[in-house]
Design a protein around this ligand. Structure first.
Ligand code: AMP
Ligand code: MG
Length: 348
């Protein structure tokens, strides 16, 4: 597995983000597949994160995969002045591409399904805390109160290929863009005859098939408290996507303020988790839900898991306890301090 360093007391966004990203990565082994396909790897920095791509097959497939990533980044970025999302936030109405339309539509559905725990119009609040600029500050209660009035995904309108938002609203697809991108990459690999691939887009790992020798991929779950890993999950053809308060944060007077905002308070979500990993077939769903479950906090998130059938999840709480859904409990091997932490299986 790729090494990860102790993060807990390093209050620098970029350092934290960088190492957290690598913690999501998987271990690989074997240089060639059973069919003789060679291992091809690429690493790039995009969407504000380090991305690692590995396929067993034609190197040209990797080159076009990089083009897919940069193409999507140019559409979805909230800071790139030429992106479709930037135009939407500036003009409050924009004609957008099929990708952007599909992603906004899907994200809005998850905003509804999670009763606003995910809210892609939370951007004015994210910005006020400085999470996109790195100019961190703690907004006053008054300021947050005003900004809370701007966040409401229900006011986002989609008409044919046009998206419209109210004058004071802004959209941020940061909670779903990497999962969507991962899905596009896996689809691209599959369409090009690849049967074995793994991508790590920040904390998001998405796999195609198994390792070339037929064994499952082993995906490391980062230890939010700075150890190397909390454990490893064995998966085939699955996405393993983590949202964590350790991934992006700043500290002031000994208090940590992280980047996952509770849209009901305007402040960093404080539902008892430090890390939420969602495992499923579709990256964009896992990405949306890892953010939403983190916001929901323990009681609501566990109830949500119990009534849903389209994903599994692994939670790490502030006391370092692991809660895992029954569907993946046998596939998870805890490591380090987590071996004897008394992990709890929660049911569907
Ligand atoms: P993730 O790392 O996928 O959990 O996404 C976190 C990012 O999504 C943050 O950096 C913000 O840009 C944005 N975000 C924060 N809170 C929310 C929320 N409650 N709903 C939607 N997006 C959010
Ligand atoms: Mg997410």
């Amino acid at each position: 597995m790729i090494n990860c360093r102790h993060l807990r007391r390093i209050p620098l966004l970029c350092v934290a983000a960088f190492f957290a990203i690598l913690c999501g990565c998987s271990a690989f082994s074997g240089a060639g597949s059973a069919s003789g396909s060679q291992k091809q790897t690429a690493e790039l920095f995009a969407m504000d994160t380090v991305m690692e791509l590995t396929v067993y097959g034609d190197p040209a497939v990797l080159k076009s995969a990089e083009d897919i990533i940069t193409g999507l980044e140019h559409k979805l970025s909230v800071t790139d002045e030429n992106s479709e999302i930037y135009r939407l936030n500036r003009d409050k109405q924009a004609d957008v591409s099929e990708d952007t339309l599909e992603l906004i539509g899907f994200a809005k559905d998850i905003c509804e399904r999670t009763d606003g725990a995910l809210d892609i119009t939370v951007y004015p609040i994210v910005k006020a805390w400085g999470f996109t600029t790195g100019e961190y500050r703690i907004p006053s209660a008054d300021e947050l109160q005003k900004l809370l009035e701007t966040a409401d995904y229900k006011k986002l309108q989609i008409n044919s290929s046009t998206v419209a938002i109210p004058d004071d609203s802004m959209v941020d697809l940061g909670s779903v863009a990497k999962g969507y991108t991962g899905d596009r990459l896996i689809g691209h690999f599959r369409a090009n005859g690849i049967t074995s691939a793994i991508v790590s887009l920040g904390g998001n790992v998405q796999t195609l098939g198994s390792k070339p020798d037929g064994s499952p991929w082993r995906v490391g779950i980062a230890d939010p408290f700075g150890g190397e890993y909390a454990g490893a999950l064995s998966v085939r053809d699955k996405c393993v996507i983590t949202s964590g308060s350790y991934q992006r944060f700043f500290e002031e007077n000994g208090v940590r303020y992280h980047h996952i905002i509770d849209p009901s308070t305007g402040s960093p979500a404080a539902g008892g988790f430090v890390s939420v990993t969602v495992v499923g077939d579709k990256g964009v769903l896992c990405d949306a839900l890892s953010t939403a479950l983190f916001v929901m906090g323990k009681d609501r998130a566990f109830d949500f898991c119990a009534s849903a059938g389209d994903f599994d999840a692994l939670f790490i709480d502030e006391d370092g306890r692991i809660y895992i859904t029954a569907g993946i409990a046998d596939d998870f091997t805890p490591s380090g301090n987590y071996k004897d932490a008394g992990n709890t299986v929660i049911g569907h």
